[in-house]
Design a binder for this molecule. Sequence first.
Ligand SMILES: Nc1ncnc2c1ncn2[C@@H]1O[C@H](COP(=O)(O)OP(=O)(O)OP(=O)(O)O)[C@@H](O)[C@H]1O
Ligand SMILES: [Mg+2]
Length: 304
Amino acid sequence: MSEVVIDVAGLVKCFGELRAIDGISFQVEGGETFGLLGPNGAGKTTTMRVLSGLSPIDGGSVSVAGIDAVRDGRAVRSLLGVVTQHDGLDEEVSVRQNLELFGFLAGLSRRRAAERSVEVLRFFGLSARADDAVDDLSGGMKRRLAIARSLMVEPSVVILDEPTTGLDPHSRNRVWEEIAQLKAAGVTIVMSTHYMDEAATLCDRLAIMDHGRILALGAPPALVEEHAGVAVTELRIEGASREQVRARLSEAGCGWREVGAVFRLEGEKAPDSVRGLPGVRLDLRPPTLEDVFLNLTGRELREE
Ligand SMILES: Nc1ncnc2c1ncn2[C@@H]1O[C@H](COP(=O)(O)OP(=O)(O)OP(=O)(O)O)[C@@H](O)[C@H]1O
Ligand SMILES: [Mg+2]
């Protein structure tokens, strides 16, 4: 087993009356990609700010590579690559200047900063845009530049707050590939997302968060197996009366949740009384992390 690089124990963080982080604990091992999955306001950014040595806390402890992230935020920040939810790039200067300046401020010599910027530009396929103003880049390129910038100092741990939110599918795929390459290079990654497919694709383990708490923690397939069973049965209402379907499900003592015209059954077996109904299609599909979240909270992850 690899060593523990990040150790969060009983973390509490309040904003006035609000317990934004309400006693969470998790550990991340070296080389692991660990995800925080949760809806708006779950506490993902707050957790990452604490991990990044940027925020005081109200309880518990947080260490990164054996350093106390609360007491010694400065030392922790020097170890990490951090990509915040909003890029914070300097829009006025060129892509290359953004990287070089960042590297220089992070302690690289001017010469090393220049060399390293060439390397990261190549890694991110941004070399051809090196002399463009940041303002001229697409949203996806800006996001990738923000990640590139965090790698200037060759960190062994990278914190990525919602790396792909708002990106088109093509840009998301690129970012996914780049994160996978970082992982292959042995970098420890902590990332947040509210996309379940992203979490399932990239993360070795996940903490599913809501209202400042961790509801479940584990590898994506294990979470699905534990909290969503082996199959999900759905009724697609294609012409039948929803009232009638509701009545029949109730009579049969079968629980369900409605998402538009889809009735997602709580059990796997659909009652005979709805099976034959004209205008109702029965679907059996593999469960996803979305089902896990729904089962744990009664809400949909994407309902915003
Ligand atoms: N500086 C602050 N002052 C007061 N409340 C805050 C502050 N920062 C965060 N909060 C509150 O703490 C809770 C957690 O916020 P946080 O930003 O960590 O959520 P998140 O999971 O990152 O959400 P999102 O997906 O929208 O980015 C929210 O209720 C938020 O309003
Ligand atoms: Mg956030």
